[in-house]
Write a new protein. Sequence first.
Length: 234
Amino acid sequence: MHKFLIVCIYLSIAISARTMAQDTLPVIKVKNLSGRVIISWKNGYSTNITNISIQRSFDSLKNYTTIGTVLNPQNKENGFADVKPPYNKMYYRVFVAFEGGSYVYTRSYRPVKDTSRIISVVKDTVVITEPPKPTGYVPSKRVYTGKDNNVVLNLPEAPQKKYLVKFFDEDDNFVFEVTKIPEPYLVLEKVNFMHAGWFFFELYENGILIEKHKFFVPKDGKAALPGEQGKKGK
């Protein structure tokens, strides 16, 4: 009976440890998103991390090359994007260095396809969000088409924070960006968007992507989509 109890406790501890380690270093996730490889992980270490480097190789055992490091290795959730891998089945691993000189390598992983999440890359930071559930169109509260069919940037904290807005057309072609937003309520004339139709934007706060959404610029004489026309800055 005692032996059986000891075995059960041991198995319970082993299963719990494995479950906790699934998403934390030295375990990493390597996903392939439309040819871009995203390496992501969670930091569960109590010891301060001084460096995290991402490495790749054609071979799972040797000839690894460092392709990048992360700016903030202490972040609880972090990641790195290999934008142009030379081969879609490269092996990836992560090198983690701690205060005091100790270090650890994760095991090697090949990327697997992942379409379950939206992944954006801002410099060395990987932002991972769940895709929105299919619903009717709900305009952004920050960037939208105003009652005069011009585009409004409604950013109440603009004087205190550093905002950047990038605009793209429906084919994901870059149109232009607004880098200095001194006022909380700014109107961009629709002529800046060159034609009617859907446009996408990315809103950054201090270099971090905080919103990615779309808006509709109607033709002259046409009304904006329901929910957008008539909004006013607060």
